[in-house]
Design a binder for this molecule. Sequence first.
Ligand code: HEC
Ligand code: HEC
Length: 223
Amino acid sequence: MPSIMKRSALNLSASIYSALRTRAARLFLLFVLSSMIMATVMADGDVQRGKEQSVTCAACHGQDGNSINAEWPSLAGQHEKYFLIALNSFKDSSRQNILMSSQASGLDEQTMGDLAAYYASQSASPRTTDPALVSQGERLYRGGNVERGVSACIACHGPSGRGNLAAGYPALASQHSVYTENQLKAYRSNTRETDANRIMRDIAGLMTDDEISAVASYIQGLN
Ligand code: HEC
Ligand code: HEC
């Protein structure tokens, strides 16, 4: 190949490369910008306004989002994404509960965002695991049950039970074991069907009562 052609081929590939680099850079910039917009949308909730709105919720969920009745969930430390998914599921009746459903029906989007921001800003009070259930609970949470195909909870709910904000997977750490057991049994019996792609119904459907109590107790002690 004459050196002049070689040079122009080199020049051509260099310019394509730099064009690609710019395109990639532009795409990256777009990605960064849209993530920033997403973050502002998500962070739209106002913690102070949320605190004021939470007075009615406090009767069941506790002053600071740590409930004192083991059948009622703590909300403190739950991330905004799952909080809104859960609240909306009561609002559109895809999840039903005598005590909770009427609470969600009248809330507008701004108020729900403020409440989500407030509860996410609170910290879950640490609780404990029944010492007799620690080893079974920990094994299930971290490794699942390979023989029966129960997935490890850690994959989605995280090593310390904080959930996954990007994916919307709920934080579970320090939650009352009674509430957690009830939810796992509700998934198992298809009473709760809010999980897209049956993600939790399929997992809970493979679990025994003993496994459910052990993992729920382990989760209560995670913090
Ligand atoms: C009368 C008691 C009561 C009041 C008041 C109440 N809730 Fe609830 N809430 C519950 C119960 C009980 C559940 C669990 C329902 C179930 O088992 O499915 C729940 C569940 C929730 C959940 C889902 C939690 C999860 O981890 O999935 C959210 C979010 C929530 N409530 C938010 C609120 C907000 C916000 C308010 C105030 C506007 C409020 N609640 C007022 C009783 C109450
Ligand atoms: C593949 C991901 C995935 C795995 C693995 C997984 N979960 Fe979940 N879990 C979810 C998602 C998503 C939701 C929310 C579903 C919904 O909106 O109903 C959820 C919801 C829950 C809830 C209800 C939380 C609440 O506040 O009401 C409990 C309890 C729970 N999971 C426990 C477990 C346990 C225990 C394990 C392990 C045995 C486990 N999960 C494994 C994805 C997962």
